[in-house]
Design a protein around this ligand. Structure first.
Ligand code: COA
Length: 144
């Protein structure tokens, strides 16, 4: 059984284990910052099993009127491919159904991570900006 719930306080060791399982080392270098980011988000939802083990989470930045930006969705490596990511995304899409913009940024499809993520986001019903005459712009990301 997977339990989806809103959470507002975060245990650094638990969050580290989750982010580390997907290899997000830019994030795990400063897990206190990740926990502050989670705490300052508009909404963080978690997926846990019946024993309370953290399987995944997703978080949003939003005005709850016009725009919802999905900043992260991740599922522990050992729990991927079992519908947990879909449950998290469907919860968010329903929660923010009233927002005109429901958007996110992910790696380009030409990268290994991007190819997997694009397949996932398409399966849950999202489309790329250019498919509806939109573009995304941003300051260059520092990946050092
Ligand atoms: C992307 C991620 C969140 C998907 O979560 P998940 O729990 O493994 O995905 P689900 O099992 O819920 O899959 C949902 C659907 O997407 C499809 N899907 C998921 N990953 C896929 C992949 N790599 N290739 C093809 N299809 C994929 C599934 O087949 C499933 O389709 P269905 O429901 O129609 O049968 C997870 O793989 C992850 O945490 N990756 C690392 C972190 C990351 O890159 N996050 C996204 C960028 S912010």
């Amino acid at each position: 059984m997977v339990i989806i719930a809103r959470e507002a306080s975060f245990d650094e060791a638990e969050i580290f284990e989750l982010y580390d399982s997907v290899g997000w080392d830019i994030w795990t270098r400063d897990i206190a910052k990740v926990c502050r980011s989670l705490a300052k988000s508009h909404l963080v939802i978690t997926a846990r099993d019946e024993s309370g083990h953290l399987l995944g989470l997703a978080r949003t930045v939003s005005d709850d009127e016009t725009i919802c930006y999905v900043q992260e969705v991740l599922v522990d490596k050992r729990s991927q491919g079992q519908g947990v990511g879909r449950r998290l995304m469907e919860h968010l899409m329903e929660r923010y159904a009233h927002c005109r913009y429901f958007i996110l940024t992910t790696d380009h499809e030409s990268t290994p991570d991007g190819a997997a993520n694009h397949a996932f986001y398409r399966r849950v019903g999202l489309i790329e900006h250019h498919e509806q005459g939109l573009s995304g712009f941003g300051r260059r990301v520092d990946n050092s």
